[in-house]
Design a protein around this ligand. Structure first.
Ligand code: THU
Length: 161
């Protein structure tokens, strides 16, 4: 049987200078959030910053643990913190920056499956798209959305509730 494209994934790669001023601030916040990473086991430092609809920015960074699975990624630290502290404010955008300990520039990271799932929950809850800005080397930004990052995702609609 012939294969068909039934869900398109959209993303664009932009230069930092092409972003809006609020997006540039969010990218800067994600970069500075890297400093809060506690990553003695992987030496892979990740920062994230959530922009809420009221303009507040909530930062997160990866927090590791000697019992490895007890640690948490930067994205979930930030969105869970936003959800806990600003429960009724929509999440507009999330920026993510990653840097191995000795690296000079940021590396092109993407979010793990667990983070994609957690992002999708918040997007479904607020019924509004969350935009994602992944920082890449050389001041490039990959811009996409949670839906594009998790095609065929499972959310509350899947439960028919
Ligand atoms: N990490 C994140 O913070 N975000 C991701 O989406 C991928 C991985 C963290 C988890 C762990 O502390 C380290 O990077 C290496 O996997």
């Amino acid at each position: 049987m012939a294969k068909k494209v039934i869900q398109q994934v959209e993303a664009e790669i932009l230069d930092y200078s092409e972003l809006s001023s609020s997006e540039r601030c969010l990218v800067d916040d994600a970069k500075s959030a890297v400093a809060g990473a506690y990553a003695p086991y992987s030496d892979f430092h990740v920062g994230s910053a959530v922009l809420l609809a009221d303009g507040i920015v909530v930062k997160g960074s990866n927090q590791e643990n000697a019992a490895y699975p007890s640690g948490l990624c930067a994205e979930r630290v930030a969105i869970f913190s936003a959800g806990a502290n600003h429960p009724n404010v929509k999440i507009e955008k999330l920026a993510i920056a990653a840097k191995p300990a000795e690296a000079k520039d940021f590396v092109a990271a993407s979010s793990c499956g667990n983070c994609r799932q957690a992002m999708m929950e918040y997007q479904s809850r607020q019924e509004e798209t969350i935009e994602l800005l992944f920082i890449r080397p050389g001041n490039q930004i990959l811009k996409t959305t949670v839906r594009d990052l998790l095609p065929f995702g499972f959310d509350s609609n899947s439960l028919n509730k």
